[in-house]
Design a protein around this ligand. Structure first.
Ligand code: PLP
Length: 397
């Protein structure tokens, strides 16, 4: 076990990188893993499949540790959008009055698009838990929305804009008690927070690997299917979800793989999977609880600096540890221009419309000096107004 941060393990972009909740940086381990897979391609050509076959499944123990699952409950595959479609196709089973889908007003749009697709196909509604302030969700509203008319509830573990963390164990229990299947989008918690999906009784979940896992742009995400659902035959099938032992018998009948692997569809992108393979090795060097503890220290330190020297910015991320994810969201009417001006000065934040600046100090590579620098640049911009020279339109750089 090594102590954090592992700054020398990453090839960080120049400056202060605070956007690892959008795209995690390249690690030497990910680079080496991709180069190794490229070498195999070069040297062995198609023969490299002898090693690549089953690569996704070989990552399952490490991924299982990150989400608190048995290895056969997870698989690295596809994107959140694709995995959500696959999960909805199989696990949304409208029956009688229990037929509708539940999401939240604050979800990342792709989740709602996927839910809406299945709602239209199946003649049901997508109901959205309302947000009172446009940034966070209230327990009372979640409670009220989880009615006995919900067949499948799909919730975010951590809200992508505000960074509010939901109580996964609680809402899974409540939803299941009321007869719904409960699934989670763990994009903003995997690699940042510990999970116990199996123990909490979560039905299904999906995540991406390009944020806190640092798997690389478009790296395969993953999905979780609780063991109690392992009898379910995927409604969307492909040959990569076939039982591995007989996949190459090339029979037209589908003999499903045991466990979550059955939800894979087609050939995995080996080079992208290699990025994830390398990146996961860093998580084997430190327990996720340690990563979370350091992340909380960093977000505490950032929030304290904002309180002390940046009163113009309004914190929208909850302060309570159990409601705080891995990033800090700050509102300012000129957030778009501040984001561009920060980038120009070597501090990489990100911006989410209409007025939120997200700063993600990450346990693996962010230092206290990085926070000092980011806060100092923000203070200087707010004092000088120099950010107002940034164009209001065009890409948010
Ligand atoms: C919460 C959440 N869900 C889904 C996505 C994107 O899904 P996909 O991996 O299918 O592109 C993102 C991307 O940032 C996200 O933040």
């Amino acid at each position: 076990m090594r102590s954090l941060p592992f700054t020398d393990a990453f090839l960080l972009p120049k400056g202060v990188y605070l956007d690892g909740n959008s795209l995690g940086p390249l690690s030497y381990a990910a680079q080496a893993a991709v180069e190794r897979r490229m070498r195999q391609w070069h040297v062995h050509g198609v023969g490299a499949w002898d090693d690549w076959f089953g690569l996704a499944e070989r990552l399952s123990p490490a991924i299982g540790r990150l989400v608190g699952a048995h290895a056969d409950e997870v698989v690295a595959t596809a994107s959140i959008t694709v995995n959500l479609h696959a999960l909805l196709a199989t696990f949304h089973r409208p029956e009688g009055r229990r037929r509708h889908l539940l999401a939240t007003e604050l979800d990342f749009p792709t989740d709602v698009h996927a839910l809406q697709s299945w709602a239209e196909l199946r003649g049901v509604e997508v109901r959205l838990v309302p947000s009172r302030d446009g940034h966070t969700l209230e327990d009372a509203d979640l409670d009220a929305a989880l009615t006995d008319e919900v067949a499948f509830a799909w919730l975010p573990t951590v809200l992508y804009r505000s960074g509010q963390a939901l109580d996964v164990a609680r809402w899974t229990r409540v939803g299941r008690e009321r007869g719904a299947l409960v699934g989670w989008d763990a994009a903003h918690s995997i690699g940042a927070l510990p999970h116990a999906f199996h123990e909490w009784g979560v039905d299904v979940a999906a995540w991406c690997s390009y944020k806190y896992l640092n798997g690389g742009p478009g790296a395969p995400g993953g999905l979780f299917v609780h063991r109690r659902h392992h009898d379910a035959v995927p409604a969307l099938r492909g040959w990569w979800g076939h039982d591995k032992a007989s996949q190459f018998a090339m029979e037209p009948t589908f003999a499903k793989a045991a466990g979550a692997g059955a939800f894979q569809l087609g050939t995995p992108p080996i080079l992208s999977l290699a990025g994830l393979e390398g990146a996961l090795a860093l998580f084997e060097e430190t327990p996720i609880e340690t990563v979370r503890a350091r992340s909380l220290e960093l977000t505490d330190a950032l929030i304290a600096r904002v309180d002390a020297v940046l009163p113009e910015l309004t914190l929208v991320t909850p302060r309570a540890y159990e409601r705080r994810g891995g990033h800090v969201a700050l509102r300012h009417p000129e957030a778009a221009q501040l984001s561009k001006a920060l980038r120009r000065r070597g501090v990489i934040p990100d911006f989410r419309r209409p007025d939120v600046l997200r700063l993600a100090p990450v346990a693996f590579y962010t230092t206290d000096a990085d926070l000092d620098r980011a806060v100092a640049v923000l203070r200087e911009l707010l004092d000088s107004g120099a950010h107002r020279e940034e164009p209001l339109d065009g890409p948010i750089g």
